[in-house]
Design a protein around this ligand. Sequence first.
Ligand SMILES: [Fe+2]
Ligand SMILES: [Fe+2]
Length: 197
Amino acid sequence: MSLDDVSAVSDARDSGVFHDRESSAFHLLLREQVRHEFTASQQYIAIAVYFDGADLPQLAARFYAQADEERGHAMMMIQYLLDNDLEVRVPGVDDVVNAFGSVREPVELALRQEKKVTEQITTLARTARDTGDYLGEQFMQWFLAEQIEEVASMTTLLTIVDRAGENLFHIEDFIAREMTSESRGGGNAPRAAGGLA
Ligand SMILES: [Fe+2]
Ligand SMILES: [Fe+2]
């Protein structure tokens, strides 16, 4: 946590923004993560639209679905804040990339994004543990497992893109055969605000 974050917490406390429990380092990071997840969702929509425009419907469908999942993650975090009677603000999103020079580029970007999110989720879990926030630590477990899955499947997709070379039908064919029935969340997924995840 940076010095700015620390003073943001004390400012918020002084102004009485947080009505009940004090806002911890973990809660500050979690609010930040809500924005990261919404941004990831928006980035995946941009990637899906790029593939849709390039007449690659399987790749497009894959990223439209992934965008929904990221939105679901944000909504799970919002539900956690609601459940714990903590301040919730729905954030805007950061800029996303819309222009790509090849089919590989967006997949590469997606893999980079998933690796970055894995670092963020790990920091959240570590912060919860270090501050004795057992509820927060337990909440992050599902996201850690989810990140392993998402990095793995994006790595596979990048490998397939590289292997396919010029023949984009190979990629479409692979996704249609191997990647359509992937599980979404599993039974122990946290509840999402609004009921969708
Ligand atoms: Fe996510
Ligand atoms: Fe993700």
